[in-house]
Each structure stands twice: as structure tokens, then as C-alpha cells.
Design a protein around this ligand. Structure first.
Ligand code: COA
Length: 332
């Protein structure tokens, strides 16, 4: 369906996770929970937590650097930086501008995308579309999150799920049809925005003594509702994108799902009739790192040789907004 458009090659991937590991047992020392509860409900064993002075753009820089190194590119080669995040360093300027400066990219147009945990897939589609517009040749697309900065560490229903990290890919406008980024199927629905959100800090509830005292600057979630939405949305998006590209599930070599909850992925596996060994999973070690989760998993899958040349990769995401979607990549 995209045969007349320039192809979009994946030139390299990179990722970064902070050093500090926070285990389930450690969390159970400050909220009423247990390793058994967290692991059996989510599949998560531990997550990474950024240092106090380590920002989202610091992590984005490290993931971006690794992706540029894998792609053998120098700073002048990057025309665009897109950062997907819900935990920007500041409300403005964008984390992408800060990342561009830290990476020393002299000519990259830089901006953020916010689609919560689906953000990386939204950023990838945006990057590909801009490359196809003809004005840019290479894009650095990054998902980076310091979820620990919006996690309410007194709320056991959410604080056990999230972690910090960053992942990145370099996209390049190419000529070989049928490889690289093949397309996306993205969706949004603001009707259920309150099942997963952070109420404070924007124009609705600006920061005030009251907003801080009532804990409005932390992520809030209706877990069961999000769970049901996640399975339904990713299943439908997978079915739709395969149909659009005339593919069957048998032709998919590797699935990179948003790494939120192992039980969500297991249900998805049974609904799509795709065996669990086709799903790449690293949420046991990182938890849910929001917009960073897919590029972090993609980079680990590439570096561990789980993804091989010519593999067909299906990426699936869901998140606040609500947002959800899928992307297909034929690995070069
Ligand atoms: N430790 C121990 N008990 C906990 C707990 C914790 N960390 N968190 C909640 N509980 C308790 C609840 O209070 C509840 O107790 P009650 O029955 O006495 O009221 C009980 O465990 C069951 O809670 P429930 O919310 O029904 O659990 P669940 O099986 O739905 O699992 C989630 C909770 C959050 C793990 C699950 O709903 C989920 O993963 N949802 C999707 C979240 C997600 O992916 N968010 C990110 C979107 S990008």
C-alpha cells in the first residue's frame, strides 16, 4: 500500500536504563505489597530508577547516542529529533530541544510528541511521514521517561508498575521498497481520558499548595479498566494492520508489545492465536517505562539477535489518552 512512497529504513537502535535497580522486595518495605503479589499480577520483578539529578533528556541523549553509533552517523547527519514522553524535563521547552543540544546536533529540527505509553509509535509514524515529505533525510526518534518523577510512592496500586529508561531508533529515507518501517495503524479516544492520567500541572489544575497537598501531580489509574481496554485495543489494532498489509499472523516473526503487564500480553497471545515465544518480553526487569518501553525492548531484541535480517516485526502499544496502535517493520 506504500509502494510509491520512499521507503523508511531503520539504520540503528539504542537504549539506556539507569543503574539503580529497585526490586519488588524493596518496594514492599515502604508500601503494603509483596514480591509475590506484584509478580503474579504483572510479571514485574524489578525496575530501574533514575538518579535524582538525571533527567528525561539525559536518558534520551544516552539512548540517542547509542542509536547514532549503531547507525555509524555523526551529529551533522541528523535532521530531526522527535522525543515521545509524558515526563518532560519541564513543561517547555521540549525535551527534544534539550536532547538535541546535549547531543550537539547542529541542524536537527526538534519537538516532542505526547501520546503516553503509545508515544513511541506515534513518534515513529510522524518521523516517517516527515522523511517522506522530502524535507529531511534522517530522524532520531526517541522514547524517554522518568516515570519515577510522576509516581506516587505511597500508592501501592500504581507505584509497583512503572520504571525509568529510554530507547531510540534512527530512521533514514531509503530506496529499497518493502523493508524498514512499513506503516502504522494509530487510534485515539479522549472519552475515557480519566482512567489513566495525571490531573495536575496543566491549565486545568495549575500547581498550587492545594494541588500538591492533594497529590494531583502524580499518575492516577483505574487498573482494571485499563487492563480490559489494553487487550481489546491491541488485539483490534493487530488485526487491522495485518489486514491492511495482506499479512497473516504466521508471517510475523517477532512481536514487540508495550511492556506493561505479562497477563495482558498472555491474553493477547491467546486472542491473536500467536504463541508467547513470538513476543519479546523484558518487563520483568524494567516494569512499564511508558513511551520508552517499545524502543528499549526493540533495541534489546536487536542486540540479543532475537531479531534477524528480513524478520517481520509487529509493535503494539496502548496508553493514556486513550491512545493505541500498531506498527510493522521488515528488518533490513
Ligand atoms: N499489593 C498488594 N495488593 C494490592 C496492590 C499491591 N501493589 N495493588 C492493589 N492491591 C489490592 C487491591 O487493593 C485489591 O484489594 P481488595 O480486593 O481488597 O480491594 C486487590 O489487590 C485486587 O486489586 P485489583 O485492582 O483487582 O487487581 P488486578 O488483578 O486488576 O491487578 C493491576 C491490578 C494494576 C496489576 C492490573 O489491573 C493492571 O495491570 N492493569 C493495567 C495497568 C496498566 O497496564 N497500566 C499502564 C497503562 S500504559
Amino acid at each position: 500500500m506504500t509502494s510509491e512512497l520512499p521507503s523508511i529504513t531503520i539504520k540503528g537502535t539504542g537504549s539506556y536504563a539507569p543503574q539503580k535497580v529497585l526490586t519488588n522486595d524493596e518496594i514492599s518495605t515502604f508500601v503494603d505489597t509483596s514480591d509475590e503479589w506484584i509478580h503474579s499480577r504483572s510479571g514485574i520483578k524489578e525496575r530501574r530508577v533514575a538518579a535524582e539529578d538525571e533527567t528525561t533528556s539525559d536518558m534520551a541523549k544516552k539512548a540517542g547516542e547509542a542509536a547514532m553509533k549503531a547507525a555509524s552517523l555523526s551529529p551533522e547527519d541528523i535532521d530531526l529529533v522527535i522525543v515521545a514522553t509524558i515526563t518532560p524535563d519541564k513543561p517547555f521547552p521540549s525535551t527534544a530541544c534539550l536532547t538535541q543540544h546535549k547531543l550537539g546536533l547542529p541542524k536537527a529540527v526538534s519537538f516532542d510528541i505526547e501520546a503516553a505509553c503509545s508515544g513511541f509509535l506515534f513518534a515513529l509514524e510522524t518521523g516517517a511521514a516527515l522523511l517522506r515529505s522530502g524535507n529531511y533525510k534522517r530522524a532520531l526518534v526517541i522514547g524517554s521517561e522518568k516515570m519515577s518523577s510522576i509516581t506516587d510512592w505511597t500508592d501501592r496500586t500504581t507505584c509497583v508498575l512503572f520504571g525509568d529508561s529510554a530507547g531510540a531508533v534512527v530512521l533514514e529515507k531509503g530506496t529499497i521498497q518493502g523493508t524498514g518501517f512499513l506503516g502504522a495503524n494509530l487510534s485515539s479516544d479522549g472519552a475515557s481520558s480519566d482512567i489513566l492520567h495525571m490531573p495536575g500541572g496543566g491549565s486545568l489544575i495549575p500547581a498550587s499548595e492545594n494541588s500538591v497537598a492533594t497529590r494531583q501531580h502524580f499518575l492516577k489509574m483505574k487498573g482494571r479498566e485499563v487492563f480490559k481496554f489494553a487487550v481489546r485495543a491491541m488485539e483490534q489494532s493487530a488485526v487491522d494492520i495485518l489486514q491492511q498489509h495482506n499479512l497473516t499472523t504466521k508471517e510475523i516473526d517477532c512481536i514487540i508489545p508495550h511492556q506493561a503487564n505479562l497477563r495482558i500480553i498472555e491474553l493477547l497471545s491467546s486472542k491473536l492465536d500467536l504463541p508467547m515465544d513470538k513476543f519479546f518480553i523484558n518487563l520483568d526487569r524494567y516494569g512499564n517505562t511508558s513511551a520508552a518501553s517499545i524502543p528499549l525492548a526493540l533495541d534489546e531484541a536487536v542486540r540479543s539477535k532475537r531479531i534477524k535480517s528480513k524478520d517481520m516485526i509487529l509493535m503494539l502499544a496502548f496508553g493514556g489518552g486513550l491512545t493505541w496502535g500498531s506498527s510493522l517493520i521488515r528488518w533490513p
